[in-house]
Design a protein around this ligand. Structure first.
Ligand SMILES: Cc1cc2nc3c(=O)[nH]c(=O)nc-3n(C[C@H](O)[C@H](O)[C@H](O)COP(=O)(O)OP(=O)(O)OC[C@H]3O[C@@H](n4cnc5c(N)ncnc54)[C@H](O)[C@@H]3O)c2cc1C
Ligand SMILES: *[C@@H]1O[C@H](CO)[C@@H](O)[C@H](O)[C@H]1NC(C)=O
Ligand SMILES: *[C@@H]1O[C@H](CO)[C@@H](O)[C@H](O)[C@H]1NC(C)=O
Ligand SMILES: *[C@@H]1O[C@H](CO)[C@@H](O)[C@H](O)[C@H]1NC(C)=O
Length: 484
């Protein structure tokens, strides 16, 4: 009797599976900060969730890699702000000690001399603050900061006012800092008017030897060999090629992968980057995306910021400082060959907190894209020349590196950039991020295809915490009555 009932159940289940292959409540496309946040909230709430990730790993633009005597971050490195940060809170709740890496830097000049640290630090801090002052001026960030900077030195350092060399060198340096923050090619491409807001508290909290990957292990309940979430299926190496969504209220959303696998669900949350949407949206959605969304995809910008990480037998630099910044003298820039121009666009070298014998060099914008295409051997040789040029006077006999790793966020077909910034068109399309994040509804008004990801966060875009908030936002859209 029991045996036959069990058989019946198995047969019925088998039938059911054949009829409705792999149907889920929600499919999450992309398992970065936004996707993993959304998927885990829904799974914990009892929904059957499938996460489809194109790459062979979870994390997206967070990529912790073992290197040197510990871990380095090819993507996101810091928790920017601790107040109301889902990321910081996750670390605290799980007793993971994060470390505050003060943004203290030492300025080196291209002739190997040390810059005037206190002066440059004060000026950088001043310019940085200007980037967060609300303005309605239709200016680029470059024009806006330059104007404020000139007013500032007039009052505070009148002796510098007439020194065109100093002013040009500093503004060139400041432009690079902005490009590293924004991923932009030039600070004249960035809008001074922006809704972006920093979270309060320390801006450079580091996961150090735990690695940023820990955030994902905690979300997924796999930290310390945790069992994960039973309702959550994850498929890596599964690039989604098509999302067919119903306008009527009955049908399911059909998600097709490049390998031909097809999955269905009531809802789909798309978390791919703006860069991926720019490249793929026309082929990816059926029916096509509405005009408000395609306009947002068109008008918004995703920038590039890349890291070159060198490994040495042992550290030869001062591990106490966060950043060794490189301030070019105009005459030295003029002397760099056209081919090597890119080395003048490297902001400096920083100390990763998760690996003591590695140094990270920072590049951005068009130069960052170009460096991605250079052979390893050239990148190593030229970046070593650069380190010796700037730091060789203070640190004699800088040794050869024993290894190199670098990011390629633009070449990567599943990111096509590092993070979004507000370009000069932003004031003309002030609601573009909201439009990008708006769900596609069926005829009954039910959200069927939802959108999350860094770019859809109107005020905290370009960060891991901001991306996570959008995953939470979209999960809550599907769990309206819960209080998670
Ligand atoms: C070099 C660098 C440094 C950074 N530094 C910081 C920092 O210090 N602090 C900070 O807060 N933020 C930083 N950021 C930004 C931060 O990493 C991102 O804002 C955030 O990780 C984005 O998360 P997301 O979920 O929106 O997108 P992603 O992490 O890009 O996740 C989207 C996922 O979708 C997948 N995908 C794409 N296409 C498909 C497809 N067709 N099918 C299936 N899956 C697909 C991708 O592989 C990816 O895993 C940095 C970023 C970079 C690149
Ligand atoms: C640094 O710059 C300030 C302001 O111009 C100046 O007062 C100070 O003497 C400088 N310090 C050094 C070491 O040159
Ligand atoms: C102007 O600034 C440059 C670069 O900082 C410096 O080398 C030079 O001595 C300054 N000139 C004067 C006249 O102060
Ligand atoms: C410029 O470069 C040439 C050759 O690369 C070198 O000989 C010369 O000393 C350099 N000049 C300066 C000012 O660095």
């Amino acid at each position: 009797m029991w045996v036959s009932i069990r058989m019946l159940v198995i047969l019925a289940l088998a039938d059911f599976c054949r009829a409705m292959p792999e149907s889920y409540d929600t499919i999450v496309v992309g398992l970065g900060s936004a996707g993993v946040t959304a998927a885990t909230i829904l799974a914990k709430a009892g929904k059957r969730v499938l996460g489809l990730e194109a790459m062979d790993r979870i994390g997206g633009r967070v990529k912790t890699v073992p290197f040197g005597d510990g871990f380095i971050e090819e993507g996101a490195e810091w928790i920017h702000g601790t107040e109301n940060s889902r990321v910081y809170q996750m670390a605290i709740d799980n007793n993971i000690p994060t470390l505050d890496q003060e943004l203290e830097f030492e300025v080196y000049r291209s002739d190997g001399t040390l810059g005037n640290n206190s002066l440059i630090s004060e000026l950088v801090a001043f310019c940085h603050d200007q980037a967060f002052t609300a303005t309605d001026k239709p200016l680029s960030l470059g024009e806006f900061i330059t104007g404020k900077f000139m007013e500032h030195i007039k009052i505070k350092y009148p002796e510098l006012q007439s020194n065109q060399t100093f002013i040009k060198e500093f503004l060139n340096f400041m432009n690079l800092i902005v490009n590293n923050y924004e991923g932009s090619n030039d600070w004249t491409d960035v809008s001074a008017k922006s809704a972006f807001k920093e979270l309060g508290g320390h801006q450079h909290m580091s996961w150090h030897r735990y690695g940023y990957k820990t955030f994902f292990e905690l979300l997924l309940n796999t930290y310390n060999n945790g069992p994960g979430w039973p309702n959550l299926d994850i498929k890596l190496n599964s690039p989604v090629s098509k999302i067919i969504w119903p306008r009527d209220s009955t049908g399911n959303v059909i998600v097709q992968c490049e390998g031909g696998q097809t999955y269905t669900a009531r809802h789909v949350i798309v978390t791919v980057s703006l860069g991926v949407l720019k490249e793929r949206h026309e082929k990816m959605f059926e029916p096509a995306l509405p005009i408000e969304k395609t306009t947002a995809i068109d008008k918004m910008s995703i920038g590039v910021m890349d890291k070159v990480i060198l490994k040495f037998e042992k550290p030869w630099w001062d591990r106490k400082l966060l950043f060794f910044s490189f301030l070019w003298r105009l005459e030295d820039i003029a002397n760099v060959s056209k081919e090597d121009y890119w080395i003048t666009r490297i902001l400096g070298a920083s100390n990763p907190m998760g690996s003591d014998n590695t140094l990270t060099l920072w590049t951005s914008g068009d130069v960052g894209k170009m460096v991605e295409t250079l052979p390893d051997e050239i990148v190593i040789r030229k970046t070593m020349e650069l380190l010796r040029k700037f730091m060789g006077k203070k640190y004699s006999n800088i040794p050869e590196p024993t290894g190199m790793l670098r990011s390629k966020w633009y070449s990567n077909p599943y990111t096509r950039g590092s993070y979004t910034y507000d370009n000069l068109d932003t004031p003309n399309y002030p609601h573009a991020r909201e439009a990008l994040g708006a769900p596609l509804l069926d005829s009954s008004g039910t959200p069927r295809v939802l959108f999350a990801g860094e770019a859809t966060n109107p005020i905290h875009f370009s960060t891991v915490a901001g991306a996570s908030d959008t995953g939470y936002r979209e999960a809550m859209r599907l769990l309206p009555s819960s209080k998670m």
